[in-house]
Design a protein around this ligand. Structure first.
Ligand code: NOJ
Length: 558
């Protein structure tokens, strides 16, 4: 691989808590992940991204870190993590960790000291502000999980800022000592041998120092109120790059809420020396409704085409990260495909559409077997802090139970967090103990064992997609062009590199429909690389009848 190996890689996201429990305490762990490395190697992925593995009170499932140097004991010891890392490296798989440095846990020793008084070494490690004259919070920002973004602490007679839960105080990046501590910690992990970082809400680290009021905040939350893409964010990331990142051969991907494609260039253009790529949210926002993400709105294909294409066009000299799902999102096949009659077909189609685009594809655990959203029967089955806040808030607002339940079923983050089903036995091969979150009942028919035994499973389709990326340069480097722009059921595009063209045709319709191949693409010298129907047309004719959710990938020599 080249020194830009991250451009040629496919990343697989492991949610450690729910991947594989090796010691039967109901919680996934390092040894469990290690046991399943052969499965990941069989799939063919290059990099594993692990969600936070550090010590944490787990208010937000590990995104509230109380010690960056210690691993969470329920996941295993530092030696067990090292053994996982070594085993992965021996198989040619890299591991990147989650860097959560917009905030810490309120149990982190920096915060415990910071909140004691206004005059100690850590006093300015967080964002403290005096109350307004009437004693109220410094401004009206709301926190992402609900309620105000400011929490009062008596010992300082001040408020601290938390863009997320009150147990997740925001670090003060204006303080050079904070940045120094973070960079040192990052260096320690690189010296330990990790291969990169996914950077949690990294677009939030620089706050506008005037902390503006914004009366229109009802459901927009603090992201928009001066916390995202703040004045010094690029300065900080460039500094981080120079101090740390540039010294190692690694992958960096920033999670950047509320960042448009213009802003994304600033994070990813190589000459700016910040990050390799970012996760944008534009396609995740296509089905937002009156309460933001918790809605029953379905995305429109025309919007999806416009959004994904815009990112493909804009990031010409930056780099895209490609994803349908992660631990914060519902299952792709439910959200963008058809999780009923055409679960298999639409699962493969979505994989094809994404993996043939320009950028680094990310697969979230279970996506490769077509896991779908989980119909939990009551709010008590949900564990996620965001879902619980939403439920409570909606009840207080008088929203109907029916609407609330539907929105939660469609959007709760717990859809992604149920244990990975390894087989169809009683506990689905995850653990012999009661798992920390209930299994999905669909596991009887959706599980790894069945997928591996079926040559036509989504798993093998994903495996093939990954192989194709290794074989055809056009998949890594080709220029993207949307075609048949106005077709309301079909997403088709080409990729061009030297004398090669890739033609990707994906139907989002549950019916048979006709596709007309544009004349300038149509060519005699073609090969069907992959499709999701046994009887897919092996012919590239100008008019093709597509099966429901059919996906066709043609390679054309010009
Ligand atoms: C984004 C993470 O992906 C999410 O799970 C978490 O709740 C927030 N950042 C806060 O860290």
């Amino acid at each position: 691989m080249s020194n830009e190996w991250w451009k040629e890689s496919v990343v697989y996201q492991v949610y450690p808590q729910s991947f594989k429990d090796s010691n039967d305490d109901g919680i996934g762990d390092f040894n469990g992940i290690k046991e399943k490395l052969p499965y990941l190697s069989n799939l063919g992925i290059d990099v594993i991204w692990l969600n936070p593995i550090f010590e944490s009170p787990l208010i937000d499932n590990g995104y509230d870190i109380s010690d960056y140097k210690k691993t969470l004991s329920s996941y295993g010891t530092i030696d067990e993590f090292k053994s996982l890392l070594d085993a992965a490296h021996n198989m040619g798989i890299k591991i990147i960790l989650d860097l959560v440095v917009n905030h810490t846990s309120d149990k982190h020793e920096w915060f415990l000291k910071s909140k004691e008084n206004t005059d100690n070494d850590y006093a300015d490690f967080y964002i403290w502000k005096d109350p307004k004259e009437d004693g109220s919070a410094p401004n009206s920002w709301g926190a992402t999980f609900g309620g105000p973004a400011w929490e009062y602490v008596e010992s300082r007679n001040q408020y601290y800022l938390h863009c997320f839960a009150k147990e997740q105080p925001d670090l003060n990046w204006e303080n050079p000592k904070v940045r120094e501590h973070i960079y040192d910690m990052m260096k320690d992990w690189f010296e330990f041998g990790i291969d990169g970082f996914r950077m949690d809400v990294i677009s939030l680290i620089s706050k506008r120092q005037d902390y503006p009021e914004d009366p229109s905040l009802a459901y927009t939350k603090s992201y928009y109120a001066g916390a995202s893409n703040g004045p010094r964010v690029h300065e900080f990331l460039h500094e981080m790059n120079q101090e740390v990142l540039s010294k190692y051969d690694i992958l960096t991907v920033g999670e950047t809420p509320n960042t448009n494609s213009e802003q994304a260039k600033l994070y990813t253009q190589p000459e700016r020396e910040e990050l390799n790529m970012v996760f944008h949210f534009d396609h995740m926002h296509l089905d937002y409704g009156k309460y933001g993400k918790f809605s029953d709105v379905r995305f429109k294909l025309s919007d999806l085409k416009a959004t994904l294409s815009e990112w493909q066009y804009q990031l010409k000299d930056g780099w895209n990260s490609l994803y349908w799902s992660n631990h914060d999102q519902p299952r792709a096949v439910t959200r963008f495909g058809n999780d009923n009659e055409y679960r298999i077909e639409s699962g493969k189609m979505l994989g094809s559409l994404l993996h043939m685009m320009k950028g680094t594809p990310y697969i979230f655990q279970g996506e490769e077997i077509g896991m779908k959203n989980v119909p939990f029967s009551s709010i008590d089955e949900y564990k996620d802090i965001e879902t619980k806040y939403f439920y409570q808030e909606m009840k207080e607002n008088g929203e109907s139970e029916e609407y609330i339940n539907k929105a939660i079923y469609l959007k709760s983050r717990d859809n992604a967090r149920t244990p990975m089903p390894w087989d169809n036995s009683k506990n689905y091969g995850f653990s012999d103990a009661k798992p920390w979150i209930n299994y999905s009942h669909d596991n009887d028919i959706i599980n790894v064992k069945d997928a591996l035994e079926d040559k036509n499973s989504i798993f093998y389709h994903y495996k093939k997609l990954i192989q194709l990326r290794k074989e055809y340069k056009v998949i890594v480097h080709g220029d993207y062009q949307l075609i048949n722009e106005n077709d309301s059921d079909i997403y088709s595009y080409t990729r061009k590199y030297k004398d090669e063209t890739l033609l990707v045709i994906c139907s989002f319709s549950p019916y048979k429909i006709n596709y007309t191949c544009p004349e300038d693409v149509y060519n005699d010298e073609f090969k069907l690389l992959l499709s999701n129907y046994k009887d897919s047309s092996n012919q590239l004719t100008q008019n093709i009848t597509l099966n429901p959710y059919e996906a066709l990938i043609y390679h054309i020599k010009n």
